[in-house]
Design a protein around this ligand. Structure first.
Ligand code: GUN
Ligand code: FE
Length: 458
């Protein structure tokens, strides 16, 4: 029996709150009172509230003040929105860190397919997915957009585990019926589409209102999908127009060349995916390294989202830099992805840091035309930007009243607590404390994780 995706109890916090309103607007609220209702929705957010006023606010909101639970955050503690991982391969959890320095296609052939093949065993899938979802929650990932393996049953198990553990997730059965070993691929387009439909149905029964879980159409990439499969996925999207879509897009030179050999009739990957009905405002395109001008324009026009995965882009054989500043300048939605396990880390704090490093490289490569990302821009990409890419920004991504409370409770370190994080000193401003957390903090500083108001970090 899977429990309800909310705490079932109202909850209050008093203290510092940090969140983004937009790419360039970070807000730090001090002495803020946050009230979350029993469905996990933010009912009140009031900055500069003296603790003496909390009882009155609680009563105004229809609760009995004397029994209402309020958590008081101290200096160096604060709330921020949960991290949104816009690109994550759940079955690659146990292969992270293996195969560094290979090209993308060699890495798939030599490491990844054999590893993902293990998810044919439902017992293994349940154990591994339980560990991995727990691990991601520990790192503060309150929402993930997951690629499963090609197995239908394991993908349904992944959806079950996310709901059980209380993680918000887009869950995809990976479609792949060619250019992978016989023992690790869909045996036909028909079979691949049947399993995709079975996952959609399963999630519909599991979480009918998509409170936490939503299926996502997941062609691995065009190299692994023949035209009838891509055609069939386009049909499913026409039948279920609200479903998001994810794929790997212009990720690596060898991938782009091979795709062109397989589909010589299309000038670009944008042409190809658009032709099969897979590009729209719900598409999450991972990587986007080598886009032609007309492709950038197409993504802009169609309102596609980009998942920027700087760790995997700089760990495989080629050092690849996505021109994120250019995408942001064009108003294209951008979020961050761990790309775990192509990315060796499953920490969004690490991804943010690598996004800063890579954006410095891009600033140099463009002789200053593409300025590096600022601290608050990186944080935006990891939270509200990711929510936009996943089509969830009306529900999560910051603490606007009416949104669902997906949050991290951060406890920083001071001089008395030796740890990895840069210690907070008496004269540090809140923005310095926040910067110290982003640049030197890790999961030990993520004391609590909430999804829809429910505490989910074990
Ligand atoms: N392209 C096709 N499959 C994959 C994958 O598993 N990881 C990455 N990074 N790129 C891919
Ligand atoms: Fe990937």
């Amino acid at each position: 029996k899977i429990s309800t995706p909310a705490s079932g109890l109202p909850l209050g916090f008093h203290g510092t709150v940090v969140h983004s309103h937009s790419l360039d607007e970070l807000e730090i609220l001090q002495d803020c009172f946050v009230l979350i209702d029993k469905a996990g929705i933010i009912q009140t957010l009031q900055a500069d509230t003296h603790p003496d006023r909390i009882n009155a606010i609680v009563a105004d909101n229809g609760y009995a003040p004397d029994v209402f639970p309020v958590k008081y955050l101290r200096r160096g503690e604060f709330l921020c929105p949960g991290f949104i991982d816009t690109h994550n391969h759940a079955p690659q959890w146990a292969q992270r860190g293996v195969g560094r320095g290979l090209t993308l296609l060699d890495w798939l052939d030599q490491i990844t397919f054999a590893h993902e093949a293990k998810f044919a065993d439902p017992e293994y899938a349940r154990r591994m997915y339980t560990t991995c979802v727990t691990g991601f929650l520990q790192q503060g990932i309150t929402t993930a957009s997951y690629y499963g393996s090609y197995h239908g049953e394991a993908s349904r198990i992944l959806a079950d585990v996310c709901l059980e553990k209380g993680q918000r997730a887009l869950v995809g059965k990976c479609n792949m019926n060619r250019n992978a070993p016989d023992w690790y691929r869909d045996q036909s387009a028909g079979e691949s589409l049947l399993e995709t439909r079975a996952l959609i149905k399963h999630v519909q029964q599991l979480d009918p209102n998509n409170l936490l879980i939503k299926p996502i159409i997941t062609p691995r990439f065009a190299i692994c999908c023949d035209p009838p499969l891509l055609e069939g996925l386009g049909d499913i999207i026409r039948e279920h127009p609200d479903l998001p879509i994810q794929t790997h897009f212009n990720e690596a030179k060898d991938e782009i060349t091979y795709t062109h050999q397989l589909f010589p009739e299309f000038g670009t990957e944008a042409d190809l995916y658009q032709r099969f009905g897979l590009l729209n405002e719900r598409s999450i395109l991972a990587h986007c390294i080598f886009l032609q001008e007309e492709e950038i324009h197409r993504l802009q026009e169609l309102r596609c989202g980009i998942s920027h995965c700087p760790i995997s882009n700089t760990t495989m054989q080629d050092f690849m830099v996505a021109p994120i500043r250019e995408y942001l300048r064009r108003g294209i939605k951008v979020g961050l992805g761990t790309d775990s396990g192509g990315g060796h880390s499953s920490s969004m704090l690490e991804v943010m840091k690598q996004a800063f490093v890579v954006s410095n490289a891009q600033q140099m490569l463009t002789k200053g035309r593409d300025p590096a990302l600022s601290m608050h821009e990186g944080f935006f990409l990891a939270t509200l930007g990711g929510a936009q890419v996943c089509g969830l920004d009306d529900r999560i991504g910051n603490f606007a009243v009416g949104k669902e409370f997906d949050a991290l409770e951060i406890h920083t370190m001071d001089l008395e607590q030796p740890g990895v994080m840069s210690p907070v000193e008496a004269d540090d401003s809140m923005s310095v404390i926040f910067e110290k957390f982003l640049m030197t903090g890790d999961d030990r500083n993520i004391a609590k994780v909430y999804v829809r108001g429910r505490s989910v970090k074990v």
